[in-house]
Ligand binder design. Structure first.
Ligand SMILES: [Zn+2]
Ligand SMILES: [Zn+2]
Length: 127
């Protein structure tokens, strides 16, 4: 059982099922919501159990795509796309030990210019 939540505790969740290896997304939307690139793991939508969601809100960042965040502390928590069976969860909001490893970088073509990716993991220009 994995657990996680935002900085202020207004959003807490549990994931009883499996999670995927994490991806680091370097798209401009993740940068503007997270402050930098976002590392996300994913699970089946029904495996994300919200135990506290007092301050959770959803922002439609593009048609059919929603980002879940905390309205009190600003924590970037979730990403989901209409019709998908999976939901993405930011790895940094998981309690440790996460049991998650970073596997690849995506949307590298749109990353910002202030850093380089040097960990040797696969890099994809988009998905
Ligand atoms: Zn919060
Ligand atoms: Zn992104």
């Amino acid at each position: 059982m994995r657990r996680g939540g935002c900085l202020c505790g207004g959003v807490r969740y549990e994931i009883p099922g499996e999670v995927t290896p994490a991806v680091a997304c370097h798209c401009s939307q993740c940068a503007r919501t997270s402050g930098s690139f976002a590392v996300m793991t994913s699970c089946r939508g029904e495996d994300l159990v919200l135990t506290t969601a007092d301050t959770l809100a959803w922002f439609t960042s593009s048609p059919g795509t929603e980002r879940g965040f905390c309205t009190r502390c600003g924590g970037n928590l979730f990403w989901k796309r209409a019709g998908d069976a999976e939901i993405f969860v930011t790895a940094g909001t998981l309690d440790q030990p996460t049991g998650v490893r970073l596997a690849e970088h995506i949307f590298v073509a749109s990353k910002s210019d202030y850093y380089e990716i040097t960990d040797g993991l696969p890099q994809k220009p988009e998905w």
